[in-house]
Design a protein around this ligand. Structure first.
Ligand code: AHR
Length: 650
């Protein structure tokens, strides 16, 4: 079938169209991108119980820790390192060599030769001369260790907390090892904030292989920190950015909303009931991640509503406490952009970033929708007024609710369009979420063709779900699902004068620690598994262009043949980029007729480029895909394999 490519340019394409949505779900932060290897390092975890309208937590400072060779652990409060995190471990050894170890998610993984940085706070409570040995053990055998000399005050003098640091290195790779600490003598020692980080953590914070996987995607922006975790099951465990910055020891550990995931299989008390957030990866680190990846930050704020799926808890807009939520938004802008003479700018500078983080856009509410009780629209307007009074340039993003097929979505657009008619900057964009079957994505490649153009769209959470629901399992990441996302994205790119930001969701899943699937990247302690959806995202975000080339309705004829096309032009490289998804079970022949490119002998005909670059994703099996890149001599005829996504650059 022939595709005619004209020389006319359409609209320009935003350079941050393809970005990332990061939420601490599926152990994406603690146990994931945050490189901390130990679990419950500060003895502050809680065990979470509850359902819809009734949540409660039980202190579980012992979670993840157990004794080795005898001795006794007590989890106490009294004189903590930080009042914000009051629990700590008091270890009683009645003879030398007794100690304790950490679960470390699925155990300690060490790469041969790489130094690992260990730190901990200790107080030699009743321990007059002994030291401690820090070791990684495997099946009771010591792999690597260091003895740390503890600081002892004289007997009868108050023993102080001191922070200790050391490095451990293993000669060979270690899998599922035990991080352990032993006392060299009998006595009582207190410990807190015990940490082990790989020496190659990017910025000292991010797990290198996961960071690299994100870097390869060249994201234009990052939406963070959620997702439902910004709302919380109750307002008590909502994400509060101010509690996530400053000294690590002073960041209040918080239970994770994904410790409880509503549904038949997950209710009341789940296998992930100890899913907590240390906030070691807090707002400063999120901004840092954006900085390191060259992505624009897009934080999303709580508007006084707990997760509308999980809870009815809220703060009424009339309640004076509601102003605190607005103040948090204003202060966040100061934290990101203010100079060191401002209160929050000074905190950012003291944490190591004197330059601003260039915050230009914010999400007001996550996945909120209007009800007589939630009054989301009123909340949005209160935030908008306060933020734009002080920061008129800030781009604010509203919410269309949890889908694009219900009355919530229509109501949200009606509201926003009315506001925009009076005040065009009331909303820069509306955040739309859709988790739908693959066929929905192919059938809706034209979804944005007729959208009004005034207020922009942030396609903030989407993924093809081959099965209903969100039951975990890597097998839900199918190649066909990913191809349907690629097909849909041809429509997003074509309509990028209205869809200005887009991000797949969720981003990460730790194998065996997963509440929701499909996900873009799966991982365990030692490896990273890039799904077909990952490759689709990468192919789009690494083949961006500056302008669309209108297809003048040809795309509709192709769609009828189950083939999806986007044609763009990149001024920087002087390239045409043609993205084609063949959803058919057979090969599809495509011929390009490019205006003004041909023999090179006549006045209107330029010489065809010498070569064409092809990047092609095809299935390896139902859930895995491969991407191959080749450069071939110029041709205008292509045979697109069955179930494939091809990018032709010429
Ligand atoms: O991406 C998973 C969840 O889906 C997000 O937390 C929420 O915004 C949506 O319901």
């Amino acid at each position: 079938m022939e595709l005619k490519i004209s020389n006319a340019l359409g609209h320009s394409i935003p350079d941050d169209l393809f970005g990332l949505f990061f939420e601490d779900i599926n152990y994406a932060a603690d146990g994931g991108l945050y490189a901390e290897m130990l679990e419950n390092r500060g003895f502050e975890f809680v065990d979470v119980y509850g359902e819809h309208y009734d949540y409660y937590t039980v202190d579980a400072p012992e979670y993840g820790w157990s004794v080795v060779n005898g001795g006794r652990m007590m989890f106490v409060t009294g004189s903590p390192v930080s009042e914000v995190n009051p629990h700590y471990l008091r270890f009683f050894a009645d003879k030398p060599g007794q100690g304790f170890k950490n679960k470390a998610y699925a155990g300690i993984y060490m790469k041969a030769g790489l130094p690992y940085k260990v730190s901990f706070w200790a107080r030699a409570a009743k321990y007059w001369t002994g030291d401690v040995k820090v070791a990684v053990m495997k099946d009771g055998v010591e792999i690597t260790s260091k003895v740390v000399e503890l600081i002892h005050e004289e007997r009868g003098v108050w023993q102080k907390w001191n922070r200790y640091e050391l490095e451990l290195t293993a000669d060979a790779d270690v899998k599922a090892g035990d991080f352990s600490i032993f006392l060299t003598e009998a006595g009582e020692v207190e410990f807190d904030f015990i940490s082990m980080m790989p020496g190659d953590a990017v910025g000292g914070v991010f797990r290198k292989d996961l960071f690299e996987a994100l870097k390869e995607l060249k994201p234009g922006f990052i939406r963070f920190p959620g997702g439902c975790i910004i709302e919380g099951n109750t307002l008590a465990n909502r994400y509060q950015w101010k509690k996530s910055v400053g000294r690590i020891e002073d960041r209040r550990s918080n239970w994770n909303r994904w410790a409880i995931h509503e549904g038949e299989a997950y209710n009341q008390h789940t296998p992930f009931s100890h899913y907590n957030q240390t906030l070691g990866m807090g707002y400063y680190e999120y901004f840092l991640l954006c900085d390191l990846l060259g992505a624009k930050p897009l934080p999303v704020l709580n508007v006084g509503l707990a997760c509308q799926y999980q809870s009815l808890e809220l703060i009424e807009p009339e309640d004076p406490m509601f102003n605190e939520f607005i103040q948090d938004a204003l202060d966040l802008i100061e934290f990101a952009n203010g100079d060191a003479t401002t209160k929050w700018g000074a905190l950012r500078a003291s944490m190591g970033h004197s330059e601003p983080f260039n915050l230009t856009m914010m999400g007001i509410g996550n996945e909120q929708w209007e009800t007589p009780k939630s009054r989301f629209f009123e909340r949005y307007m209160a935030f908008e007024k306060a933020i734009h009074e002080k920061y008129p340039e800030m781009r604010l993003i509203g919410s269309a609710g949890p889908d694009v097929i219900s009355d919530h979505w229509t109501a949200a657009w009606d509201f926003i369009n009315k506001q925009a008619a009076v005040n065009p900057s009331a909303a820069y964009a509306v955040d739309e979420h859709y988790y739908m079957p693959p066929v929905w994505f192919t059938e809706h490649a034209d979804f944005y063709d007729e959208y009004p153009r005034d207020v922009k769209v942030f396609s903030g959470e989407y993924a093809a779900h081959p099965a209903r629901g969100t039951a975990p399992g890597r097998h839900h990441n199918t190649t066909v699902g990913a191809l349907s996302e690629a097909a849909f994205l041809t429509g997003v790119e074509k309509n990028s004068d209205v869809v200005v930001l887009s991000s797949y969701a969720p981003l990460f899943a730790r194998k065996d620690f997963t509440q929701w699937a499909p996900d873009m990247i799966w991982f365990d302690s030692e490896s990273v598994d890039r799904t077909p959806s990952y490759y689709v995202q990468k192919m789009y975000s690494c083949n961006t262009a500056t302008d669309t080339i209108p297809m003048d309705g040809q795309e509709k004829t192709f769609r009828e043949k189950n083939v999806f096309i986007s044609v763009t032009y990149d001024r920087n490289a002087d390239h045409r980029i043609i993205k084609v998804v063949n959803m058919n079970d057979e090969e599809f022949p495509l011929t390009l007729t490019i205006d003004g490119v041909g023999c090179g002998a006549c006045e209107t005909c330029a010489m065809a480029p010498a070569s064409v670059t092809m990047e092609q994703m095809t299935a390896v099996d139902e859930t895995h895909a491969k991407v191959e890149t080749s450069k071939v001599p110029f041709t205008d005829s292509f045979k697109l394999p069955a179930k494939s996504f091809t990018i032709i650059t010429l």
